[in-house]
Design a protein around this ligand. Sequence first.
Ligand SMILES: [Zn+2]
Length: 68
Amino acid sequence: MVRYVCRHCRRSIGEFVGEWTDPQLGLVQLSSEDQAAMIEFGKDGTVWVKLLCDYCLPVPWIDDLWYN
Ligand SMILES: [Zn+2]
């Protein structure tokens, strides 16, 4: 299970049932530095991905993102 949370306000952005290494998510393509900054591995096996939500990020919401 992969859960996306806003690293600013802690709001839940989305979740993905599967591995964080799924190519669909694009996380494996990040540099190891970016992965270390964005990804947190929970004790229960949940992988947390820290992003900015649409309220905290000054860019328009992208409608075709998979987690909408
Ligand atoms: Zn936020």
